[in-house]
Design a protein around this ligand. Structure first.
Ligand SMILES: [Zn+2]
Length: 225
């Protein structure tokens, strides 16, 4: 894969104007993995803190400067909410198409029992691998397992493995069910609103490293997690 090409941004939208993944000048490592932060604007500060602790040699970064609101819509706004998601993800996909084989889309939510997280993908092999890493790291005691795998049922899905929850998402299937792309959504639950704290960021970074180690074709090196 060569240098990222600049693609024309849809001039009708201010939201993703100039949106480009940041890559180091030395592009020799070419990880073909991308971390997206700020799809929901309320979660951008959290994503920035997480990204600060990840080296550029590990994963490229796509920061959405003006994301959409992730707040649950009023029932009469659901159509518009879903439309906004489709449009933003379409623009993101236009920007990254052909450059990346793995996309980690970082989000955050609230849970007083946090920090904990959902890992969401249609790739059951990756999910089972991340769960195994999480069990080794955090143990198997109920209540002490902060990571939950959630499988999205795609076109090519077989039955989901036992113990893996099924989920739905507002993210368009054209992104998470694209055969050319391994999409992984991370929803990290913070104990209080805001940008999170060291424990939250540490869990998110650990998960991103686990996803990279578990990606299709990766040589799993758990001691590096
Ligand atoms: Zn979000």
């Amino acid at each position: 894969m060569g240098r990222p090409r600049r693609r024309p941004v849809d001039r009708r939208s201010e939201r993703t104007r100039g949106l480009r993944a940041s890559r180091p000048a030395d592009n020799s490592r070419n990880p073909a993995a991308l971390l997206i932060i700020g799809v929901h604007r309320e979660e951008l500060a959290f994503g920035e803190r997480v990204a600060e602790g990840l080296g550029p040699e590990l994963i490229d970064l796509l920061r959405i400067p003006e994301g959409i609101s992730g707040r649950r819509p009023h029932p009469d706004q659901v159509f518009y909410y879903e439309l906004q998601h489709r449009e933003l993800y379409r623009q993101i996909k236009d920007q990254i198409h052909g450059h990346y084989s793995l996309v980690v889309d970082l989000h955050c939510g609230l849970d007083q029992a946090g920090p904990c997280a959902d890992v969401i993908s249609r790739d059951t092999g990756l999910l089972v691998c991340v769960e195994r890493q999480a069990t080794e790291r955090f143990g198997t005691t109920p209540g002490s397992r902060p990571v939950r795998a959630v499988v999205l049922e795609g076109q090519a899905s077989t039955s989901s493995p036992p113990g893996v929850a099924q989920g739905r998402t507002v993210i368009p299937p054209g992104v998470w069910d694209d055969p050319a792309l391994c999409y992984v959504g991370l929803e990290v639950y913070l104990r209080r609103p805001g940008a999170g704290d060291e424990r939250d960021w540490a869990l998110a970074r650990w998960l991103i490293r686990a996803v990279l180690a578990c990606r299709p074709g990766a040589q799993l090196a758990a001691d590096h997690l």
